[in-house]
Design a binder for this molecule. Structure first.
Ligand code: XMP
Length: 597
């Protein structure tokens, strides 16, 4: 099988590169940048990813020098481009400033990477250091105003370096450049498709499970259902058990719907375990999001342990089955150089231990969401199930924001002045949520825009301008109802998870889902979390709508839903007892994450 090795220097974008390569029809695998060159022997080409390091740092991750002697095609991106220059005899210098954002690329050489493409391109730059001298026999292929060696290469060897990021959407012709690398430099036929992997996956599951049985904890979502269906195909349903743990943080009527959907699939019996009391009890009084995630992860493990201790599993060899997918492993700090953004419930310590003992089966851990859907289709699963929006394991618990103290909004003159240029009033709310800045986690305050109707053409650039300029805020919301807020009348109150808050969130979430479905919007968004904030005028809650579009959840853009429908929805929501305001999240990922916690 044709494959490409993507060497990871710690960039979140590494997954985007691998995903793009697969989308173009070549299987891509990620390795740490320092991997032994022998491990890439079977690969048609190598891509060196970007990353947060500088080649000048003594501890910066370095590739095996033998990589450059293999004669394989190599594409270096950003930090990878600088590594190429450094290792092949060129020169890198520290930049005086950091170049970040869109730039116009002018192509000098039309062949190779730019074969068949225009002479000018919009590209995305994000770097401090830059290449000032080419390695021997290399040519400058393209430049921007700020960066003369924006693309370099030695076409005969198929070795290229790009200072910009071809893998992000802000480089519209990036996929065409990657395609040229794969086809022209690596000679790939580009015919790989996820569904062609089904037989291999089935074989792998059989080998890994051996004589052991598999206990699958299903969430009712796409990933765990597809992973389970694959495992049943590999081992037959008598050897696979399905258990669904009701945490109490599912959406309205969801447990019932999952049971019905599962029985229609005819894949075996689903055992439902009601653990809602345990989960709520353990989370009582906890406000910190990472703490909530860790407690939820541990509660899952304890419920699983109890099930395993009670039945026949104790005497038999068993393996735990999970629907973990590729990005789940990196956003929890899955590769050597990456930071922990959020602790996913399927990557807590106990599960890590089981993983090390070889007792976790994760058939989808190499796949991305859209590929999982394709696998599901080829297994014959119904599209209604496959097209469901992703729902996080910790469920509504991480959509119900908590606060350990009381506070009021804070005036921030600089943010207010910036907002005024766009026709909005703005203040800062000391309620923090998680974001991703560069390759690291951020946990910062919220900016509220109000005083004008939601207008995407103004609110979205303003949101970007605010989060680019100020580090103490990583997320921006705009009011839907009421439109204007008198900040001094509104307070954040201390709040933790309670059954009443969860029930209110379920009710609001149901109303939002009904609206999305009835207006034909459900399939136009990737996900649409609804978040509850303990911020109010009359002792109730504020509701945030967070519809986004995405391909894989790694990056996301604000979904621009029609305003009239939203305003009507917002006034319906305000009629629900306990809802004081409705806000619209106007932050992309990055700098915010999709879920708030
Ligand atoms: P973030 O919030 O990190 O979310 O931008 C990216 C995607 O991952 C989902 N998500 C989770 N899924 N367990 C899961 O199974 C989790 O703990 C978890 N946290 C976030 C999120 O809904 C989005 O689709």
């Amino acid at each position: 099988m044709e494959k490409i090795a993507v060497l990871d220097s710690g960039g979140q974008y590494c997954h985007l590169i691998a995903r793009k390569v697969r989308e173009l029809g070549v299987y891509a695998e990620i390795f740490p940048v320092g991997v032994n060159a022998d491990e890439t022997r079977g690969h048609q080409g190598i891509i060196l990813s970007g990353g947060p390091s500088s080649v000048f740092d003594a501890a910066s991750p370095q590739p095996d020098p033998r990589l450059f002697e293999t004669g394989k095609p190599i594409l270096g991106i950003c930090y990878g481009h600088q590594l190429l220059a450094k290792h092949l005899g060129g020169k890198v210098e520290r930049g005086q400033t950091h170049e970040f954002g869109s730039a116009t690329l002018r192509v000098r050489d039309e062949g190779g990477l730019f074969d068949g493409l225009a002479r000018e391109h919009r590209v995305w730059m994000s770097h401090g250091d830059h290449v000032v001298r080419l390695p021997e026999n290399f040519e400058i292929l393209a430049s921007t105003d700020e960066c003369s060696v924006a693309a370099m290469g030695q076409a005969e060897r198929g070795v290229y370096g790009l200072q910009f990021h071809p893998e992000v959407i802000h480089t519209p012709d990036g996929p065409a450049m990657l395609r040229n690398f794969l086809r022209n430099a690596c000679g790939c036929a580009m015919s790989w498709r996820p569904k062609d992997r089904v037989d291999i996956l089935v074989q792998q599951i059989r080998e890994q499970a051996g004589a052991r049985r598999v206990l699958f904890f299903l969430s009712g979502g796409v990933d765990s259902t597809v992973a389970y269906a694959l495992t049943v195909r590999a081992l037959g349903s008598p050897k696979v058990e399905a258990v669904y743990v009701d945490t109490g943080f599912m959406r309205d009527r969801e447990t019932l719907e999952i049971e019905e959907a599962f029985s229609a699939l005819d894949l075996g019996r689903l055992r439902v375990v009601d653990a809602s009391g345990l989960f709520m009890g353990r989370l009582r009084g906890i406000a910190d999001p990472e703490r909530k995630r860790v407690v939820i992860g541990q509660a899952f493990v304890d419920v699983q342990d109890e099930i395993l201790a009670n039945d026949e599993y104790r005497d038999q060899g068993w393996v735990l089955g999970q629907g973990t997918i590729y990005p789940d492993t990196i956003e929890s700090g899955g590769t050597d150089s990456s930071d922990v953004i959020k602790t996913h419930h399927n990557r807590v310590k106990r599960i890590q231990d089981l993983l090390e003992e070889g007792r976790v089966l994760e058939p989808l851990s190499e796949f991305y969401k859209d590929e999982v859907r394709e696998l599901g289709r080829s297994l014959g699963l119904p599209s209604k199930l496959l097209e469901r929006h992703p729902f996080p394991g910790p469920g509504l618990a991480i959509r119900c924001l908590c606060s350990s103290s009381a506070a009021g909004p804070a005036a921030d003159e600089r943010i207010a002045a910036l907002a005024e240029q766009y026709g909005y009033s703005a203040f800062l709310l000391p309620l923090r949520s998680v974001g991703v800045q560069g390759d690291s986690r951020s946990y910062a305050q919220l900016t509220v825009l109000h005083g004008a109707e939601l207008d995407y053409r103004r609110a979205l650039p303003l949101s970007t301008a605010i989060t680019n300029e100020f580090r103490h805020t990583n997320r921006v919301v705009a009011t839907l109802a009421p439109r204007r807020i008198e900040p001094s009348e509104w307070r954040i109150r201390p709040a933790t998870l309670t059954p009443e808050r969860v029930r209110l969130l379920q009710r609001v979430d149901r109303a939002v889902t009904d609206y999305l479905r009835s207006d034909g919007l459900y399939d136009r968004v990737w996900q649409s979390p609804v978040v509850l904030l303990p911020w109010s005028r009359d002792g109730g809650e504020s509701v945030v709508l967070r519809p986004i579009t995405s391909v894989d959840g790694m990056t996301a853009a604000v979904a621009e839903l029609p305003r009239d429908g939203l305003l009507a929805l917002a006034s319906r929501l305000c009629e629900i007892n306990g809802v004081d305001s409705v806000l619209y999240d106007v932050s992309n990922k990055p700098p915010s994450t999709i879920e708030w916690e």
